[in-house]
Design a binder for this molecule. Structure first.
Ligand code: SF4
Length: 498
């Protein structure tokens, strides 16, 4: 067998997916590559995680030969190597690459068994998603049209039910699903889409496509910085609540860019009308009675608690599943009725299962009475997972759960709303609306990553001093978050007094 094409590809799997999401994105990528938004550290770390999972899955078919290209500019070599390995009767090829009709597609694992070929694509998710089927259908189209008959096509993904117990069991960690029948039904669609995308990508004219849900779905587009430049700072996209994004997109298409120009008779819910009214009158919404009832439901001492979790695709510790969230850090600010304040914090040791340490420390620093005030109650889920791991602490954790008061509730139900919140209840915006001078250190904004991602990356640092510095920064950040909850609480209190 010889490779059918010798010129460089015009489309790859990733540019095909890009074009399918938005032909304008593909066109910009081909004609104005440098306009792309900078890739975030978060996206980079997701990408690295995906690559690592792909490498781990190779252990399902040991002893294969790798056809990966030496770099991103030498895919033709990868295609030539793949054909060479097929001719040499290799039975397991990693990253086998094929090119047909100027479209390139590589497959994670190509396996020959009993003289039949099988394709396996690895995903770092815990289920098969709709967009995976499109990827697979394109790969199937390219591989089979390149002369390889595939007897089946599987998507390998992480098994969410796998619970680690001792050494990692690769065969239980991964699970595979045949998607052959689904992708066979997509072959005509793939053929037609390739034709359209090849035409539009080489055209001199940029496709005329306005901003919309495709900018974020299924993947955030990296030309948002270019296409969304025209959207004013205070715009119709600040509308919050159900269906807000599609309402805003439709209005924007009609040239309505902000709340001042809204048409009569628009179908919005009561909260959305409240938000618009507050914006147009430049007056915050303050429903004193509701806020007062909410604040009075809490009892002293008040524990303003912020926690942080991390999760890894590959379970690191016994009794954990893929992507299981593990709490590793907290800060509490305890306010007595007398006004006395104390702050406590905890951060887990590196490389150790944090759950028991976390619980033991928390138990020490939460008083026997008093509310546990949080912002957005994911703490309930944390307590539930801790109970599943350490059932003997269930009584205490259930008791903590009953004492939780979520201070985001009055913001979510619009008992308090301010134009600067832009229809959402983002903690940093709420803090800024109450205390504009407060220097709130948002972890993601400052470091580009969530605290959990920073924490799990600490062991990769070689310098011990740097490791300690990062841990100190994380503690400061977490203290800041707990203080932020305290500021919101006080801000709400001030609203009912004034
Ligand atoms: S930002 Fe939106 S409109 Fe612009 S290229 Fe991306 S998906 Fe298309």
């Amino acid at each position: 067998m010889n490779p059918p094409e010798s010129q460089k590809h015009l489309l790859s799997k990733s540019t095909f997916i890009r074009g399918l999401q938005c032909p304008k994105s593909l066109w910009l990528y081909k004609h104005h590559y440098k306009l792309r938004d900078k890739i975030s550290l978060r996206q980079e770390s997701i990408f690295v995680q995906g690559t690592n999972i792909g490498l781990l899955a190779r252990q399902l078919f040991d002893g294969g030969i790798d056809a990966s290209p030496p770099d991103n500019f030498n895919y033709l070599q990868s295609v030539n190597d793949t054909y060479k390995y097929i001719n040499e009767e290799q039975e397991v090829i990693y990253e086998a690459a094929f090119q047909y009709n100027q479209v390139l597609a590589a497959i994670d694992l190509l396996v020959k068994s009993a003289n039949k070929w099988y394709a396996f694509e690895v995903k770092s998710t815990t289920s098969v998603k709709k967009e995976h089927l499109i990827d697979a259908a394109l790969q199937y189209y390219i591989i089979t049209n390149s002369g390889i008959e595939l007897s089946d096509f599987f998507i390998i993904h992480l098994n969410r039910k796998y619970k680690r117990n001792g050494d990692l069991n690769i065969h239980s960690l991964f699970t595979e699903k045949s998607v052959l029948s689904e992708i066979l039904n997509l072959q005509t669609f793939i053929k037609e889409t390739i034709r359209q995308l090849l035409n539009s990508s080489i055209s001199e004219l940029m496709p005329s496509i306005g901003i919309g849900s495709q900018c974020y779905q299924p993947y955030p587009c990296d030309f948002i910085g270019t296409c969304w430049k025209q959207v004013p700072e205070n715009s119709i996209f600040d509308l919050g609540g159900r269906g807000a994004f599609s309402i805003a997109t439709e209005l924007y298409k009609k040239g309505i860019k902000n709340f001042e120009n809204l048409p009569e008779g628009l179908e919005l819910d009561a909260d959305q009308y409240k938000q618009i009214e507050s914006y147009l009158s430049n007056k915050p919404i303050i429903e004193k009675e509701e806020i007062s009832t909410f604040l009075n439901s809490a009892t002293y001492p008040l524990h303003f608690l912020h926690i942080e979790e991390f999760s890894t695709a590959i379970p690191e510790f016994d009794d954990t599943c893929p992507y299981q969230h593990l709490p590793f850090q907290y800060s509490i600010l305890v306010l007595q009725e007398t006004g006395e304040i104390q702050t406590f914090n905890f951060i887990s040791e590196l490389g150790k299962d944090p759950r028991i340490q976390f619980y033991s420390s928390l138990k020490l620093n939460i008083h026997k009475i008093g509310s546990i005030v949080v912002y957005d109650a994911n703490i309930m889920q944390v307590f539930k997972l801790l109970i599943a791991h350490i059932p003997e602490f269930a009584n205490q954790l259930n008791e903590f759960t009953n004492r939780v008061v979520d201070v985001s509730i009055p913001i979510k139900n619009k008992s308090y709303n301010n134009a600067s919140l832009k229809g959402v209840y983002e903690k940093s915006k709420v803090i800024a609306s109450f205390a504009p001078q407060y220097k709130y250190e948002n972890c993601k904004k400052n470091f580009g990553l969530d605290a959990g991602q920073i924490f799990i990356n600490i062991p990769n640092q070689e310098d011990d001093k740097l490791k300690d510095q990062i841990k100190t920064k994380l503690i400061e950040y977490c203290n800041n978050e707990a203080e932020g909850i305290f500021i919101i609480w006080n801000g709400l209190k001030d609203l009912i007094i004034n």
